[in-house]
Design a protein around this ligand. Structure first.
Ligand code: PMP
Length: 456
């Protein structure tokens, strides 16, 4: 029982009457109850009616990497809060220092951690750092920020200026200047008829740089695996070319690991699958598995050095984030990393990732509506199409029905972000990294059942 109340029908009504839910079209709550999740344990969650589900999306948005009910994280937070809950980020704290030290052991080549609260905020920090470097070293000229179609970097005005998903950004402009899109790299929806698709898609970035003028471009910001935009794993050859291009034009490379960071793809960070060396890495969701709010912007000593010119009063990073000084986040994050290490969750992620891909590929044989299956570690997507030959995307309403049928079968899986141009058609699977073979099979069995229920 929750200590706040055991009157769950009151909670349901209090929610309906008072809460404005993220991303939700609230008209739907006039005819259905809001779903209140009241408890979680391992991979399982329970709603206010006592219904049990396997959570195949780690808290809805790829966050609870080590699963629910981790008393050791709760205890680490509790102990730290009693000792010291908060000190402004301009000073130091014990968990802040120890977590940054531990984190950087997993990120060779990077050497500084800047704390914030959300993925959006961490990404904004990078944009500001790049703009400040441009102002100080390049007279403000090398300030453009490139982002990729279908990628997402956050909900603030600045990060929406870098949003590759038009439905998220529409009606929220005007946006700041200097944000420029590069093409997506999803080979299933190929834009070029070539053999080495990865290199070709990366060359398309170079074309944008040359069009804009290399001396005007400061940053290239990419998700290692595009998450909400369709679980897009860049094709072979892509990342090596991207790194070459950034080096060639002196453009800083920012990898947004808000989703992929902390083990999701079977390595500590998604970029580590590709042998590249970024200048900035941002992370949020899995850093403390949602037990406390924390995000980090991690960068190189070379970038950090740019902000240390004592002869220039404006050279330091003039940025602050009140809750970047909370101690619960790094305390939880330290314990979260210990769990991932001690329980061998990276290896489990690789093994279970292979299993979910094998299962989904088998389902593709059976269900013609699955047009493509993609994934990296415990992060998989099945793109649904109305017609395999034309690849016409399945209508959003049908994909939503599949998700609802999954829930009826006791499994919650997700679908990619809504879009006006039709990439809201990919089912998403990102269970906690503790998933067992039985959990994975239960998830894909539910997909099988749900697809059969909706499409026969
Ligand atoms: N980057 C990526 C890749 C994301 O998926 C998200 C959130 N879905 C964000 C940034 C923004 O993170 P937050 O919601 O914590 O601001």
């Amino acid at each position: 029982m929750n200590k706040l109340t055991n009157d769950l029908s009151h909670v349901t009504e209090a929610d309906r009457a008072n809460v404005w839910h993220h991303l939700l079209q609230h008209k739907s709550l006039e005819t259905t109850d809001p779903r209140i999740i009241v408890k979680g344990q391992g991979l399982r969650i329970w709603d206010q009616h006592g219904a049990e589900f396997i959570d195949a999306v780690s808290g809805g948005v790829w966050t609870v990497n080590v699963g629910y009910g981790r008393e050791s994280i709760a205890n680490a937070i509790r102990d730290q809060l009693i000792e010291l809950p908060y000190w402004a980020g301009s000073g130091g704290t014990i968990p802040g220092a120890l977590f940054s030290e531990k984190l950087l052991t997993k990120m060779p080549g990077l050497s500084r951690v800047y704390y914030a609260n959300s993925g959006s905020e961490a990404n904004e920090k990078v944009f500001k750092m790049v703009r400040q470097i441009s102002a100080r070293l390049h007279g403000g000229k090398k300030s453009k920020i490139l982002y990729r179609e279908r990628d997402y970097h956050g909900a603030t005005i600045g990060t929406l200026a870098a949003c590759g998903q038009e439905e998220r950004a529409m009606q929220y402009g005007p946006f700041p200047d200097g944000f420029v899109a590069v093409p997506h790299c999803l080979e299933y929806r190929a834009q070029w008829d070539v053999e080495n698709y990865g290199e070709r898609a990366a060359d398309a970035i170079e074309e944008v740089i040359l069009r804009e003028g290399p001396d005007t471009v400061g940053l290239l910001c990419l998700e290692p695996v595009t998450a909400g935009g369709g679980v897009i794993v860049p094709p072979k050859g892509y990342w090596q070319r991207v790194q070459e291009i950034c080096k060639k034009y002196d453009i800083l490379l920012h990898i947004d690991e808000v989703v992929c960071g902390m083990g999701r793809t079977g390595t500590w960070f998604g970029y580590q699958n590709y042998g590249i060396q970024p200048d900035f890495v941002t992370m949020a969701k899995g850093v403390a598995s949602g037990y406390a709010a924390i995000s980090c912007c991690v960068t190189t000593e070379a970038v950090f050095e740019q902000f240390k010119d004592a002869s220039d009063k404006l050279s330091y990073f003039r940025d602050i984030s009140t809750f970047g000084g909370c101690t619960a986040g790094p305390a939880a994050a330290l314990e979260n990393m210990r769990i991932i290490e001690d329980e061998g969750l990276l290896a489990n992620t690789v093994a279970m990732g292979e299993r979910i891909m094998a299962n989904l590929n088998a389902l593709m044989e059976k269900h013609k509506v699955i047009g493509d299956v993609r994934g990296a570690g415990l992060f998989a997507g099945a793109e649904l199409v109305a017609d395999r030959a034309t690849k016409e995307p399945m209508a959003e309403a049908e994909v939503s029905r599949v998700v609802a049928e999954g829930a009826k079968r006791g499994v919650m899986f997700g679908m990619t972000n809504r879009s006006l141009t039709g990439f809201n058609n990919t089912l998403c699977f990102s269970p906690a990294l503790i998933a067992t073979p039985d959990d994975i099979d239960a998830i894909t069995d539910a997909v099988d059942g749900a697809l059969t229920a909706v499409f026969g």
